[in-house]
Design a protein. Structure first.
Length: 301
């Protein structure tokens, strides 16, 4: 992978995530909650619903390819088609996925009828991507039409609970550029209306967030307490923020003298604190049972 590509990805991540970039630059493999653990749980659940190992797999919203690489390793004989809207992410995925069985398509998954024509798959997978797509019912119908019978659609997504309010939904969708959020119930209804049999619907929020890293791991406390500490930071919180800035100062393109420039260091710590407030707000809502990351397995019979 070229240095230019790394720089481009890093800059894109900084823009997308508004500052919580050190963990993402450190681990460009996947951005979703629970990392590889969540992917393996999803695929294990999907396998239970499949009669045989899938020969053709469709993945969309693949990002930089964390899920693609796990799919290629788990199903080395399968033909895998991965769809991603961002050219830089597709380029990174191509460079880092060691498999000749992967076909890469840079396009909007809503255009799948155009680039897939009449092609069908045994398994369709996506992780935390549906929330970035505006018309879930239309996409679900398209996915159904491009599945073999029997075939499986397995996905995880950020979903709302009946306790979340409109202001919280607006804040999350604005912060993370979400196009639409649904609930487990509304997803189930759309899937069944399209012809799917819904096999599994599980809230994986706590299980997956416990497998994630970041400041939650650094402070060793659940997000409820961490979010409060970010709002009103104590000495330990500031120390961790300082350590993060200094540890990744090279990756963040900060001035060389930042270690000696206390004023500049404080400014960067404050920026990082505000960005953690934004990103960890989602975890805060999860631990209040107001929002969730859930897993759904649906089968075309």
């Amino acid at each position: 992978m070229s240095e230019e590509l790394v720089d481009e990805l890093a800059n894109r991540i900084k823009t997308m995530y508004g500052g919580r970039y050190q963990h993402l630059i450190r681990d460009l493999d996947t951005f979703h909650i629970g990392r590889d653990y969540a992917t393996n749980v999803l695929l294990a659940k999907a396998k239970d619903a499949l009669y045989d190992s899938p020969q053709k797999i469709l993945e969309f919203g693949s990002g930089v390819g964390g899920t693609t690489r796990i799919l290629a390793k788990r199903y080395p004989a399968a033909e895998i088609t991965t769809v991603e809207l961002t050219p830089e992410s597709i380029a990174y995925n191509k460079r880092t996925t060691d498999s000749k069985n992967v076909r890469y398509i840079c396009d909007n998954i809503l255009n799948m009828d155009d680039f897939l024509k009449t092609e069908t798959f045994d398994l369709t997978v996506c992780e935390e991507c549906m929330c970035h797509i505006p018309n879930h019912s239309t996409l679900i119908k398209k996915i159904y039409n491009h599945l073999e019978s029997p075939g499986v659609f397995a996905f995880t997504d950020w979903m709302i609970s009946n306790r979340v309010n409109d202001q919280e939904i607006r804040q999350v969708t604005e912060d993370w550029n979400f196009a639409k959020m649904d609930s487990r119930k509304s997803y189930t209804e759309m899937l069944e209306k399209s012809g799917f049999t819904v096999k599994i619907v599980e809230n994986k929020s706590v299980e997956f967030t416990k497998k994630d890293d970041g400041i939650t791991a650094s402070l060793g406390e659940p997000p409820l307490q961490i979010y409060e500490k970010l709002i009103n930071p104590d000495e330990k919180t500031w120390d961790i923020l300082r350590e993060e800035i200094l540890r990744f100062s090279d990756s963040l393109d900060l001035p060389e003298d930042i270690k000696q420039n206390e004023e500049l260091l404080q400014q960067e710590m404050e920026k990082l604190r505000k960005m953690y407030i934004k990103t960890d707000y989602m975890l805060y809502l999860i631990w209040q049972n107001r929002m969730e990351v859930s897993l759904i397995i649906a089968q075309k019979t």
